[in-house]
Write a protein that binds this ligand. Structure first.
Ligand code: SF4
Length: 209
């Protein structure tokens, strides 16, 4: 990467773009609603069950001007979901400012393991034990999405729920490879602990991206 490109990436004027697509949000509070997904490369959180490991190496994904991405979004959508990889590895200030100036709602899916940046209409925090969220990210959370891969993850979910604010909606989502067993446990858990809701990866059941 040449110095000029690196400077633009450091400022968030360019982002390592893995893929972008218009689809239906499959998970969490906005399940079932149309959104344009921007998948940014780069992640070192290291979830062993990660289903987008090809996102991890940012160098495999071409630095792309945020203006170009926003021009693409404008053709399709009123809401953007920026995901990854781990999008907060990059400054989200420039692209979210530009999106909001174009009256596009900005949503993020993040582990919270990097510094907060960006202007968000919806901040979905999904903490991971391997690289915990920074303290500054918890008060921003509109949605806490805890992935349940084994039974000890319920205690981790409660630990993380104690750190978010009152506005935050709480979701438990079965990790896909364990979905049969964990969905049954989550259903039982939510009935006993109704502050939580279940989130399913409905896009995977629908066979859409
Ligand atoms: S934080 Fe997300 S992208 Fe990164 S390893 Fe975990 S599941 Fe994969």
């Amino acid at each position: 990467m040449d110095k000029n490109t690196k400077d633009l990436v450091d400022k968030g004027i360019m982002l390592p773009l893995m893929e972008e697509f218009y689809t239906i949000q499959g998970e969490g509070a906005h399940t079932g609603t149309a959104a344009y997904f921007i998948r940014v490369g780069g992640c070192d959180v290291g979830c062993h069950w990660c289903d987008v490991k090809e996102s991890w190496n940012a160098e495999l994904h071409p630095p792309t001007l945020a203006d170009t991405i926003v021009d693409n979004v404008k053709k399709y959508a009123e809401t953007v979901v920026i995901t990854g990889g781990e999008p907060l590895m990059w400054s989200m200030d420039y692209i979210t400012d530009l999106l909001q100036k174009n009256n596009i709602r900005t949503h993020i899916e993040t582990s919270g393991a990097y510094s907060f940046s960006g202007k968000w209409n919806w901040f979905c925090l999904s903490p991971k034990k391997t690289k915990m969220p920074l303290a500054e990210c918890y008060p921003e959370a509109d949605e806490l999405k805890m992935i349940i891969h084994n039974t000890s993850d319920f205690a981790f979910a409660e630990q993380e729920a104690a750190k978010v604010g009152a506005k935050c909606q709480l979701y438990l989502q079965p990790e896909w490879s364990k979905k049969e067993k964990m969905t049954a446990l989550i259903v039982d858990y939510v009935m006993k602990n109704p502050k939580w809701k279940i989130s399913l990866q409905t896009h995977k059941y629908l066979n859409i991206p």
